[in-house]
Design a protein around this ligand. Structure first.
Ligand code: MG
Length: 374
């Protein structure tokens, strides 16, 4: 790829793939990674996995699939503006949620609680496990055999105990160095995407209101600009015009501050990126305003009693499934029974983590609904 900054990841400075493969014809190695992710089974499952609202609650709410596409779009914009590797950044963005359980964070914390005696469950680590072990697509290897930097980007957090078992990929968590800029970027693009679309979905659901958002400065300021340009604008158009300005504000702030950080730390090469503090960042002025928005979303939306009822039920579904399979692994489908011979709790976690919301509910009915014995 031409026109990349010297601190960008490129094929020449990449640490490559675990299993050697002939270079792809007609596309770059990182395009190939992105394409493998899009063709994976785990990627298609994102369509029916929850972000905040359970999938069947409404057709217009974000799912993990549409969320991942929005993250990829923001990531590509910023990557291009910074002259870093757009294909790599896009691949990381599209893969970042592959390991998510059904029912969003509720499912993740329930599965983590079930797995606590057996090494725990972290969705970032599960995303990596999905692309390294669980996808069964290729003749020559398990997983997708992605480039080192794509895998590095997918693993955005990791406990020291798990990092110690991950070899080269775990090193940065133990040495506390930074991943490539493309990985740093995908992480913050994730945040920009969900902060904004959760406002949108929250309003659409009626669980939060435009009136409540008066107290959130970053929303209110952009709304003021919309109303000044279009007096009397209301409803969906007012909401969308405000949210698109918030996204733009955050993206432009991120680009400007990151450029300043790169210059300030004299970053010239990829090694400099690893040694520097985190470079992809918002300005000090935007930070408190984003914190305020996040606090608002947590208190008014994620902890709304109707959301909590849904997540409470979701946790029960996950832990019921886990207990039933652990009590009798013969209830698992055959391919997971084979995995369970090596490590039963991990095979169960893999099976549950791979479920979509509706599959998990169906499986729960099959196992527990006594009216449906057949
Ligand atoms: Mg995400």
């Amino acid at each position: 790829m031409s026109g990349l900054a010297d601190y960008a990841v490129c094929e020449a400075n990449s640490r490559g793939r675990r299993h050697a493969e002939a270079p792809p014809a007609g596309r770059s190695e990182f395009q190939r990674d992105r394409d493998r992710i899009v063709h994976s089974t785990a990627f298609r499952r994102l369509e029916y996995k929850t972000q905040v609202f359970v999938n069947h609650e409404g057709d217009l709410f974000r799912t993990r699939l549409t969320h991942s596409i929005e993250v990829a779009q923001i990531t590509r914009t910023v990557a291009r503006a910074l002259s870093i590797n757009e294909d790599l950044a896009e691949a990381i963005a599209l893969a970042h949620d592959l390991g998510h359980t059904p029912f969003g964070h509720a499912g993740q914390s329930a599965l983590n609680a079930c797995m606590r005696p057996y090494g725990g469950f972290e969705h970032n680590l599960q995303s990596l496990r999905t692309v390294e072990v669980l996808e069964e697509h290729y003749a020559q290897f398990d997983g997708l055999n992605l480039m080192h930097e794509t895998r590095e980007g997918i693993l955005k957090h990791c406990s020291p105990a798990n990092a110690a078992q991950l070899g080269a990929l775990g090193q940065r968590f133990l040495q506390q160095t930074q991943p490539c800029l493309e990985a740093q970027l995908a992480n913050l693009a994730d945040e920009i995407a969900y902060n904004n679309h959760d406002v949108d979905d929250g309003l659409r659901s009626g669980l939060i209101t435009l009136e409540q958002l008066r107290e959130v400065a970053v929303f209110d300021a952009e709304r003021g600009k919309v109303e000044a340009s279009y007096p009397g604008l209301a409803g969906r158009r007012l909401i969308h015009e405000t949210i698109r300005r918030m996204i733009n504000l955050m993206v432009l702030d991120l680009i400007e501050q990151t450029r300043a950080n790169i210059a300030e730390h004299g970053v010239k090469t990829l090694d400099d990126v690893h040694a520097a503090p985190q470079l992809v960042a918002y300005s000090a002025a935007l930070h408190p305003r984003l914190r305020e928005l996040k606090t608002f979303l947590r208190e008014k939306l994620y902890h709304h009693y109707q959301v909590l009822r849904m997540t409470d039920k979701a946790k029960r579904v996950v832990s019921d499934l886990f207990s039933a399979f652990l009590a009798d692994p013969r209830l698992l489908p055959p391919q997971y029974q084979a995995r369970a011979k090596a490590d039963t709790p991990r095979a169960i976690a893999d099976y549950i983590a791979g479920m979509t919301d509706r599959y998990a509910m169906r499986e729960h009915r099959r196992l527990f609904a006594v009216g449906e014995i057949h």
